[in-house]
Each structure stands twice: as structure tokens, then as C-alpha cells.
Design a protein around this ligand. Sequence first.
Ligand SMILES: [Zn+2]
Ligand SMILES: [Zn+2]
Length: 364
Amino acid sequence: MFRIHSCWIPAYFIDSPLCGLMRTTSRYESENSFFSHFTNQGSTLMNCFETAMEKQRHIQERLDHKTIDSVPKFRTYLKIERHASKVYTRPLFELVQAEIFVGTWYCQIETKSLVEGSEVSVIKETKFVDVLRNQGDGSVVCSCQLFVRVGILCRHVFYVFKNANIEVIPSQYILRRWTKNLIPAALRNKRNIYGEKNEIVENYANEASSIVDYCVHMLSKDEPRLSSFVEKLRLLKIDVEADCPNPPSKNKADNLEELVGVPKPDEKTINNPALGNPKGRKKLRIKGGKKQALDKNSKNRNACSLCGEIDGHNRRTCPKSLQKRPSWINQKLQEKGTWINQKLQEKRTWIKQKLQHKSPAYFF
Ligand SMILES: [Zn+2]
Ligand SMILES: [Zn+2]
């Protein structure tokens, strides 16, 4: 039975949703592996979590950029393909596009019949599948069950859609998890989770900086007007400074006190806990480029065992050992060196002569 599992597993799992399949184990194991990159001894929960989330946001932004800021290449002239490019994220669109393409070129309708208000089409691709389309509510079911398993419509359904002149993917067949703009922009930029913030003040601050940004953008090609704008801002700044007799402090200790909510005690009575060794294999910290270069450099810094200097030479190449050698060995070595140099020079002139005989075209 197990030996033929390639035959029965597809049939057994044909109607189980397998996209984004996660069981309890896979869920916490994946979380573990994701967060383990950002933890080390002594890091606090908050800063580890924030770093991890920052990475997640970065990936999200990059993928969004790819989806929004580039135009996909279309492979057919069907409007349904254009529609798919508008709703799906780029990787998903590529999958759907392949289905549309194959559906258009490699599927044929074998027979078509009406059964109780539903249109049943037998589609021939490599094998036969049945597509059932309800003309009343527009629902489609294909016997290959790709939509149930993966969450995108299959080539057979797209072929039936093309025959029925359907130009958009029905909304019930667009899963929300595959669509663009899943995370609202306002939620995405929420960073500050420490302490409580005054939301109204924050909104005003955001608006102020966005107004300034916008003005700078508008005037970016107009030097005289930009300079007068900056002049106005300077005057405004002087006004604001005059109005604020005790501005918020920029001191690090003051900021920390505000964050923690208690003033710094004069005397230190509580010490940091001793660091414990967590169980399991010690996770190696990912080293940055600078650290790697420093490490590599320090590896060659072994002292010479003869003279004890650390300028990179060792016992064999130590200048002292050269002095220690009997003079006749040094002489022999020198003779050998000059002999080798001579031979090399001879070889070089010989090659040069050979090359001169060849025409220049030989080399191209
Ligand atoms: Zn199908
Ligand atoms: Zn030495």
C-alpha cells in the first residue's frame, strides 16, 4: 500500500485545502525559527520582538513594491487576465496567469449539456474533467478540485469562462488571503508600542511633517521659491522657540525616565540578574561584514615563535632564522634563486618570439 502512495495520496487529499497548510507544530516551529535569529543572551523581549517585526515589515514592503510598482507581462489578450493582475499579488498572479494561458491553449470542450439549470462541460486536457457551472448564481465546480486545494481557479474553469464570455473572476473565487493591499497602510506604519501616546498629538505631528514633505516636493525644481519657503520656515521656528520657554528635553536620561515612568534613583540598589544559559544548542549570532573582516584580520596576528613579533611572519619566514643559517646555505639558496630567475627570463623571451610570428588576427 505504502509503495504506491504516489497513486492514492493525490486522490485522498483532492478535496482538502492544502494552501497555507499549518498545523500546531508547524506554526510554533516556524515562529521559533523566525524569532531565534533575533534573540541572544540579555536581549529584552520588546527589542527582540520589534527587530523581528521590522524584518517582517521590510519583506512585506519589498513584496508590495514588486506588486505595485512593476507592470506584469500579459500572455493572452483576455480581459480576465487583466482583472487577475489587478486583484492578486504578483506571485499569485503568475500562478493564475499560467492557468489562464494553459486553459486557453491546451483545453478543449468535448461535450456540453444542461442538467437541472447547470451547464456541464466535459473538458479534455491530458485527461477528462467535468466542469459544472450554475447559470443562476454563477458558481463553478471542477472535478479536479484545484480551487478547494490551492485557492485559485483551475485552467478548466478559465476555459469555460472564456467560452461563456466571462471577463472578471467572480468575487466568491477570489480568496482574501491572495489579494493585494491586505494590510491597511495605516496599520502597517504603526511602530511605537511602548507606553501610551497621545493620538491626537501624534496625528498633528504626522500631518505637519507630511505638509512640509509635500511642499518640498512641489518646490523641488524651483530654487528661488524653495529658498524663500525655507526662510519662512526659519522664521516660524524662531517664533515657536520664543513661544516655548521650557521645551521637551532631548537628554537621553530624561527620555528614558519618560519612557519608564519613574525617575532615576540616586543610588543603585537592584542589580541586573545573572545571565542564565538557555537549553539547547548555542545559536550563533550572525556577524556583520565589519566584524567578519576584523576576525579575519586578527587570525593572521599570531606571534612568531622565534622572535615574538606579530607583523605576520612566522618561524619559517622569520628574518632572524635567515641570519642563523650557515652562510653556505644562504649562498646556495641565492644561487638557486638567480638560476630560476634566469630560466624564467629565457622562457619569457622564447614565448615573445613565438608570438611575434603569429599574425594579430590569430588572437581574435
Ligand atoms: Zn479543473
Ligand atoms: Zn620572527
